[in-house]
Ligand binder design. Structure first.
Ligand SMILES: NC(=O)CC[C@H](N)C(=O)O
Length: 414
């Protein structure tokens, strides 16, 4: 067998012997997290296997992973949990904040092997797999977080199992994943609310949430990625809430004759929400009381004529300190935002769209001074950049729903 043409062939087998012997078996348990700056973290596959792309962001919540995963504002983001143990309380059917998991991928350090909670019906890994969510575990999430904090949120990808191998079964070099990571669209300029909104309107009734007697008011809530607990917190206060799709027009709203209009949280860049900015201007022009949360705060900011901008790494977690400038009180809040309104903190200014009169930044972040709330002084409108419904808690900010009720009552009496 000195003829080089036969090298690697076993007599009679008709197959190149070396190729067969060297072909590696696919290791189903390996996963990589690849950041757009070229950093690669190798860990263990978690949940579904394959390839997923998204913006890598970190969340500092110590609890509430089910609420995080099902928050539609996380669409197209790979969430890295800073809390090292995830999945300890399993998954239940009561805590989801929407109809499905929205994160594009999930990165954790130690995933619980045996969940323990009286409400748990399955493991988190099972839930991720069932919903096709690709994750990675056993990576140094602290290192990832420090990198994202220093370099800013980055485009990223998780690649696992088959996705790690080329056509002939060889492990791809890590840099081979970078092209896919870098070719995905940026979160800046992403228009996503229409992708996550419910197509059909529905009503959340006070009677189903412990309210006795007639509803005190009707609210039109525009779903840009609304979370389950938001209309519930309103219904608990006697508000009948019509949850409406992101494409709702002012004429649709008028038909309901609501006493108040609400704009929800939602994914994507507020600079792309021109439809909703236009809608909100019609609402403000009509004098109807308005309350907005998160994306809704950014849309109010833009409707008033302020700009929005992308934060370097954003605020995500349920332990974000905010100052209420009206009372001087500090609230610990639930947040998930990567963009913010560019308005001056600490002074009353005339809105750039001057027909809306004077505006104050009502709340700001105690970590970095970012605008966390807006209050109009001459029209009945206010909003916060955080999530006062805070399903996993804390509940410091629940008073904002009372403020909305008061605003509608004042307006009705006026
Ligand atoms: N939760 C939200 O509504 C977030 C709003 C917007 N998508 C942001 O990242 O800032």
């Amino acid at each position: 067998m000195s003829d080089p043409r036969f090298e690697g062939f076993q007599a009679g087998a008709g197959q190149p012997r070396e190729t067969r012997a060297q072909r590696p078996t696919v290791d189903n348990s390996v996963a990589l997290l690849v950041l757009e700056d070229g950093t690669v973290y190798e860990g263990t596959a978690y949940g579904a296997r394959g390839t997923t792309l998204g913006e890598a962001v970190f969340s500092t919540g110590m609890t509430g992973y089910q609420e995080t995963l099902t928050d539609p504002s996380y669409a197209r983001q790979i969430v890295v949990q800073t809390a090292p143990h995830i999945g300890n309380t399993g998954v239940n059917d009561e805590d989801p904040e929407s109809r499905r998991i929205w994160v594009a991928g999930y990165a954790v350090r130690d995933a619980a092997r045996i969940p323990s909670n009286w409400r748990s019906v399955r493991t988190l890994e099972q839930e991720l797999a069932d919903q096709g969510i690709i994750g990675i575990k056993d990576i140094d999430t602290r290192a990832v977080t420090r990198r994202l904090r220093d370099q800013g949120a980055m485009r990223a990808g998780i690649f696992s199992a088959e996705a790690l191998y080329d056509d002939v079964g060889n492990r791809k070099a890590p840099h081979e994943f970078l092209e896919a990571v870098r070719s995905q669209p940026d979160m800046l300029g992403a228009r996503l609310a229409e992708e996550v909104t419910s197509a059909d309107p529905y009503v959340i009734d006070p009677a189903d949430h412990g309210w006795e007697g007639e509803p005190i008011a009707t609210v039109a809530a525009i779903d840009l990625g609304i979370k389950t607990m938001t209309p519930v917190r309103m219904a608990e206060r006697g508000l009948r809430v019509h949850v409406l799709p992101a494409t709702t027009t002012f004429a649709d709203i008028e038909q309901l004759k609501p006493q108040g209009v609400f704009l929800s949280n939602g994914p994507g860049d507020p600079a792309t929400a021109s439809t909703q900015v236009g809608l909100l201007r019609e609402v403000l022009n009509s004098g109807t009381p308005f309350f907005g949360i998160c994306f809704g705060n950014q849309i109010l900011g833009r409707a008033l004529g302020f700009d929005t901008y992308k934060l370097p790494f954003g605020h995500r977690g349920i332990n974000q300190p905010v100052m209420d400038h009206a009372t001087g009180k500090v609230e610990i809040t639930s947040q998930n935002h990567g963009f913010a309104v560019d308005a001056p903190v600490g002074e009353t200014v005339t809105a750039p769209e001057s027909r809306y009169g004077r505006v104050q930044v009502s709340h700001s972040s105690l970590n970095d001074g970012v605008v966390e709330g807006l209050r109009c002084m001459d029209i009945p409108a206010f909003s916060v950049q955080y999530h006062p419904e805070a399903a996993a808690g804390p509940h410091d900010s629940a008073y904002l729903f009372d403020r909305f009720v008061d605003l509608m009552k004042e307006h009705q009496n006026a």
